[in-house]
Design a protein. Structure first.
Length: 137
């Protein structure tokens, strides 16, 4: 059964990267300026009771302005993957562990985890990403 929330994604604005350049320009930039910084990628799924998925996503999305105010936030997105099953895809990119730590220490983020932690299955993991480049190259 298709739900109006299935596939609904929103995210924070992000910093300009090589991905914002036309393909030829991005390939040139990537060839001449190899990425040496490590980004942190936080990605995976959370599952909440299906009857609560709309509330959970709204409350999670309420943390977007907090993330956007953090200069180390590149991307944060919560996307309802399957409303009937209560699954939400989480995708975040952070410039550093310190930036992620600042975000996780925010009172609103702490409150979100305190409220929903006991009611969700959290399959979100943190990854170190090195060698960023255009996937089309």
């Amino acid at each position: 059964m298709h739900n109006r929330l299935d596939g609904l994604c929103t995210r924070t604005p992000r910093m300009r990267t090589n991905m914002d350049l036309p393909q030829d320009e991005a390939a040139t930039a990537a060839d001449t300026q190899p990425s040496v910084r490590t980004a942190l990628i936080v990605a995976g799924r959370v599952s909440v009771p299906a009857s609560d998925v709309e509330t959970f996503v709204a409350e999670a999305q309420a943390t977007y302005p907090i993330a956007a105010a953090n200069p180390g936030n590149v991307l944060i997105s919560f996307c309802v993957e399957d409303a009937a099953a209560g699954t939400v895809t989480v995708l975040e990119q952070w410039a550093s562990q310190e930036a992620l730590d600042r975000h996780l220490a925010e009172p609103e983020v702490q409150a979100l985890f305190a409220k929903w932690g006991p009611h969700m299955r959290n399959e979100v993991r943190k990854f170190d990403a090195l060698n960023e480049r255009d996937p089309r190259a």
